[in-house]
Design a protein around this ligand. Structure first.
Ligand code: MG
Length: 456
């Protein structure tokens, strides 16, 4: 990690005992405690990773050293901890998780009192305390104390149930296959669906921080077993969570895996039918499919930069009640303005019950797009110059320049070209009504960027 940055796109992340060590975690705890201030009440929890308890103790040590009182929630999905911070009126919280990263990683996310992750400006304040050794330690009489807080997972499940028609869902006796990735999704989602009257078949439901069943990222290549099982059992729906259960990816009854744009589209359409003219927040990386649905049902899209915190913050700012990301993150404001895998699953069952349609039908009704991705290497020091040239080149086209450049073409094709946040590269996401046109767009802009790089 660099000498001035701790936080990446999604909190602090690193490989255990290499990039992220217990002594660093103590120091992060000290910086976070100093940021919140002595006497504040903070909630801490962790996902299923083997290093979770170790980092929880280290961060707690740092927090109590600065005089913060720490409430220990134990193992919990990120959205359950976020809900508890808000519900119990804590001053903030910390969750030890590396979300979708492989097992050897862990991370630290800091939560504000509204349950949303802290902003990048607040992260910078913590980094400054961390790197300039500005921790304010409490004296021995004023050290923080720790308390156990049990039951946050069941409170979270109960809260989700208040947002859906439980009786209507129960009437349908849906059979759902749940792939919990051997992590915290297994602590809440199966209980929720059982309460909703569903028949549950569990896959990778035992907690195991080595993630023996599959990698924690719910990508199609990791979900073959789930897809096969849904089809073989004749189940109505399959759902897979990421490592901290804030994202959910769905499988229809034919065993087809649908990426996040499509499941978000299903939720979006129903939401707009019931909330005419509502504002919806989504990053520029989302498919045109989302824009099409919003246009068709009189919704207004508010675009943001890529990143879940940005979506949450924008929802809060404009009081929007729905947000979504292409990676399977749906933000349902009436519950909480953060990504929430179990809430999304409940919404999906609610929509299937209300409409009487199978998940495959709900997806088939949507406009169809083909997607192609591309990547071109670009040294960090050239990223800005490339962006400037790209802005110049695309002047006059229908673009959005919030995060890289997104171009919409008259034939309903689109391409997003943005600098990678984690690698020395530019990434491209093209979509079109035909695979050929999407591929052609990636090729065309790869050539353009290569030319630019030669002259910079
Ligand atoms: Mg996650």
């Amino acid at each position: 990690m660099s000498q001035t940055k701790l936080f990446g796109t999604n909190g602090i992340r690193g490989t255990v005992n290499v990039e992220l060590t217990p002594d660093m975690a103590v120091k992060v705890g000290c910086a976070v405690g100093t940021f919140f201030g002595a006497k504040k009440r903070l909630l801490i929890g962790y996902d299923a990773r083997t290093s979770g308890p170790m980092f929880t103790r280290a961060v707690t040590s740092g927090l109590t050293a600065t005089g913060c009182d720490v409430y220990l929630a134990g193992m919990a999905p990120t959205p359950a901890l976020q809900f508890a911070v808000k519900n119990h009126k804590f001053d903030g919280g910390v969750i030890i998780t590396a979300s979708h990263n492989p097992p050897q990683y862990n991370g630290i996310k800091v939560i504000w009192k509204d349950g949303i992750e802290i902003s990048h400006e607040q992260e910078e304040k913590i980094e400054k305390i961390y790197f300039t050794d500005k921790t304010v330690f409490a004296d021995w009489k004023n050290l923080g104390v720790t308390h156990d807080l049990i039951g946050i997972n069941s409170e979270y499940v109960e809260a989700i149930k208040t947002h859906v028609n439980t009786a209507k869902i129960a009437e349908k006796h849906f059979h759902v296959v749940v792939d919990a990735a051997n992590s915290v999704g297994g602590l809440t989602a199966p209980v929720l669906m059982r309460d909703l009257g569903c028949k549950i078949t569990s896959l990778n439901a035992n907690i195991d921080g080595t993630f023996p069943g599959r990698l924690p990222e719910p990508r199609p290549e990791n979900l073959a077993e789930l897809a096969k099982l849904v089809k073989a059992l004749g189940a109505d729906l399959g759902v897979a969570f990421d490592g901290d259960a804030d994202r959910s990816i769905f499988v229809d009854e034919t065993g087809q895996i649908h990426m996040g744009d499509k499941s978000f589209g299903v939720v979006l359409k129903q939401y707009l039918l019931e909330n005419l003219g509502a504002q919806v927040v989504t990053p520029v990386s989302s498919s045109t499919l989302i824009k099409d649905i919003a246009d068709a049902y009189k919704g207004t899209i508010v675009w943001t930069k890529v990143g879940s915190v940005t979506v949450s913050q924008k929802m809060k700012e404009i009081k929007a009640k729905l947000g979504g990301e292409e990676n399977g993150g749906v933000f349902y404001g009436p519950h909480q303005a953060v990504r929430d895998g179990a809430m999304t699953t409940a919404l999906m069952l609610d929509i299937m019950a209300k409409t009487g349609k199978k998940f495959s039908q709900l997806v088939a009704e949507q406009p169809q797009y083909f997607i192609e991705k591309g990547k071109i290497e670009c040294p960090e020091e050239k990223k800005l110059a490339v962006l400037e040239k790209l802005l110049e080149l695309t002047k006059g086209l229908n673009t959005n320049t919030l995060d890289g450049v997104k171009i919409w073409f008259p034939d309903k094709s689109a391409i997003l070209i943005r600098p990678s946040g984690t690698e020395p590269a530019y990434r491209m996401y093209a979509e079109s009504k035909t695979q050929q046109r999407a591929l052609q767009l990636v090729k065309e802009y790869t050539l353009k960027l290569e030319k630019m790089l030669e002259t910079i």
